[in-house]
Design a protein around this ligand. Structure first.
Ligand code: GAR
Length: 193
């Protein structure tokens, strides 16, 4: 993982596909004194991603790639990352699977947040599946990204109790609030701070 040199912050790109609440939270964290990162680039696969609005709001460069041809999109993204001297990637609700080749270029420098206690409930519809299975707890996980979906080494997890009569929406909301606390903590942890 990258290290801090002097007072320079680690240039970070956040990848999003949707509403971007984790992105907004990471931007806010990046602006605090204790943050070792700056958010310098927002990447999306979705022109309509609501979270792209935070690019304009916080004056952060944003780029959208359609992924119709994954190989070409990833190649362009890698160039963009290089041109912007990005050293850390945070996936935050990015709903595309990144290729082995891409990961190789950023080995140990791509993090993801997932709304379950991995290795349980990889993939989509995590909250619904946890409720249907009568789980007592769910939660969220920040992990390194590996070539297999939601399977890289776990960095930090936070448990959230599933209440009686809990529905997908209420659980999602409570877990998302915990995600916002967990992601900055995980970043500090991987950077040994
Ligand atoms: C978050 O709950 C994140 O954990 C999840 O998408 C949501 C994005 O919300 N990610 C995944 O499911 C990845 N497998 P946001 O756009 O408000 O940050």
């Amino acid at each position: 993982m990258a290290t801090l040199t002097g007072s320079k912050k680690i240039k970070t790109a956040v990848f999003i596909s949707g509403k971007g609440s984790n992105l907004k939270n990471l931007i806010k964290f990046s602006k605090t004194k204790k943050s070792p990162i700056s958010i310098d680039l927002i990447i999306s696969n979705n022109f309509k991603a609501k979270g792209l609005v935070f690019g304009k709001m916080f004056k952060i460069k944003k780029k959208v790639f359609n992924f119709q041809n994954k190989f070409i999109s990833e190649k362009s993204i890698l160039l963009e990352l290089k041109n912007n001297k990005i050293d850390l990637i945070c996936l935050a609700g990015f709903m595309k699977i990144i290729s082995k080749n891409f990961i190789k270029n950023f080995k140990g420098k791509i993090l993801n947040i997932h709304p379950s206690l991995l290795p349980k409930y990889k993939g989509l519809n995590t909250h619904q599946r946890a409720i249907e299975n009568n789980e007592k707890f769910s939660g969220c996980t920040v992990h390194y990204v590996s070539a297999k979906l939601d399977s890289g080494k776990i960095i930090l997890q936070k448990k959230v109790k599933i209440k009686q009569n809990e529905n997908k929406k209420s659980l999602e909301k409570r877990i998302l609030a915990q995600e916002h606390k967990l992601y900055p903590k995980a970043i500090l942890k991987v950077l040994n701070l």
